[in-house]
Design a protein around this ligand. Structure first.
Ligand code: PMP
Length: 427
């Protein structure tokens, strides 16, 4: 049993010693003390079904024994900076990761986070092209440092600091966007931005295939192929941010961008890559990677032996436990059940996503799509009381985000939907 301090004490310390900007889910924040597979446990030993997975982070399940074992084993042998001496862990994982990517995407740079990965990707695009302008999508989240905050396009995540050179295109959002599901029409806006907002030459374009923080928005079909064409015609590089939608999460494919049948020039990743360990990566082609030889480029802990040992374990587990197939089968089933719930409750405006990256958007009016923000918060709290932890996001904070560990079962899916159904019926 848990013998640590109670939640109230931790909360008081957080208030006194940690950033006042920290926020937490739930009126009565949860003190999670233990995790196993798709479950989390609070201080009283109560079990919760974790349908958010640390923001799409825990792909193999909490504290997967193979990941733990690889970390412990490597920690006992050596933990060190990355680059000055040889060590097999970084090379082994780089090889395994490169083998998961299509085309000529074969050179890996390791980082410690998604923000770092996207900062590096954007810098590489700028160096390679000699241009500064980058196009990203409205509603995007790509990180919280200077460059990536520029690429991020939701006011609540942006501070008034210099974030130069990013243009934000109309979001190809099939539910709220003005062009519905017509990917080509949204892509025309990118072409317009190139023609009217830049010199006609750009450094690149960055987007997720399914926006996570943005509220599980699947880009309209046909969007990425058309945009990639425009960007490449303007001399730019196409960056796929796979921080949330990568690592088998969408089920049908290992990478989110594969759902739109494109091959990016640069792919960035984090979160799921290490099953919760601080690890990120940028993968690109040998030719593009060459730009970093112009100066010294160094990241003390990026790709350190412990984190890369964990990363390699993650890839093996996804394969061994057929987690991609599971994400497809269970995710499809869950989406079907959520969609049938939509017919019963007017509050549900949209059900969307792929595999185990699903979203449920709540609105108080189907026609006007008025965000049901308060209802979302209330239901989240109620679902927690019944043992289900779910995420929240979207510009209006009215979208349930469902991104559980990929070992989620059909029974878990049933429990989640039954609890959602019950809490909605009691409103
Ligand atoms: N890209 C995406 C798509 C993300 O969701 C996030 C984090 N929410 C990031 C980048 C930034 O990652 P990190 O928090 O590890 O810096």
């Amino acid at each position: 049993p848990y013998t640590g301090p109670p939640g109230e004490e931790i909360l008081a310390k957080r208030k006194q010693y940690l950033s006042p900007s920290l926020f937490h889910f739930y009126n009565q924040p949860l003190n999670v003390v233990d995790g196993k597979k798709q479950y989390l446990f609070d201080e009283s030993g109560r079990r919760y079904l974790d349908a958010f997975g640390g923001i799409a982070t825990v792909c193999c399940g909490h504290c997967h024994p193979d990941v733990v074992e690889s970390i412990v084993k490597q920690t006992r042998i050596l933990q060190h900076s990355t680059v000055l001496y040889l060590n097999h862990a970084i090379a082994d994982f780089a090889e395994a990761l490169a083998n998961k990517l299509p085309g000529n995407l074969k050179v890996v740079f390791f980082t410690n986070s998604g923000t770092e990965a996207n900062e590096l990707a954007m810098m590489i695009a700028r160096l390679y092209t000699g241009c500064h302008d980058i196009i990203s999508l409205r509603n995007a989240y790509h990180g919280n440092a200077a460059g990536t905050m520029g690429a991020t396009a939701q006011s609540i995540w942006k501070f008034n600091t210099i974030q130069s050179g990013v243009h934000h295109a109309v979001n190809p959002d099939p539910y709220r966007g003005v062009f519905g599901s017509d990917g080509q029409k949204y892509a025309n806006d990118v072409q317009d931005l190139i023609e009217f907002g830049t010199s006609g030459q750009v450094a690149g374009f960055i987007s997720e295939a399914i926006q996570g923080v943005g509220g599980i928005v699947e880009l309209a079909p046909g969007y990425l192929p058309a945009v990639y064409k425009s960007i490449r015609n303007a001399g730019g590089l196409c960056i796929a941010d796979e921080v949330q939608c990568g690592f088998a999460r969408t089920g049908s494919h290992f990478w989110g961008f594969e759902n739109q049948s494109v091959v990016p020039d640069i792919v960035t990743m984090a979160k799921g890559i290490g099953n919760g360990i601080p690890l990120g990566a940028v993968v690109t082609t040998p030719e593009i990677a060459e730009v970093l030889t112009r100066r010294c480029y160094f990241n003390t802990f990026g790709g350190n032996p412990v984190c890369t040992a964990a990363g390699l374990a993650v890839l093996k587990i996804i394969e061994k436990e057929k987690l991609q197939e599971n994400a497809f089968v269970v995710g499809s089933y869950l989406k079907e059940r959520l969609t049938s719930l939509k017919d019963k409750y007017d509050l549900i405006g949209d059900v969307r996503g792929r595999g185990l990256m699903l979203g449920v958007e709540l609105v108080t009016d189907h026609q006007l799509k008025i965000p049901a923000k308060a209802e979302t918060l209330y239901l989240m709290d109620q679902m927690k009381e019944m043992g289900v932890l779910i995420g929240k996001g979207g510009f209006y904070g009215n979208v349930f985000r469902i991104t559980p560990p990929l070992c989620f079962t059909k029974e878990d899916a049933d429990f989640l939907v039954d609890v959602m159904y019950y809490t909605m019926s009691k409103m």
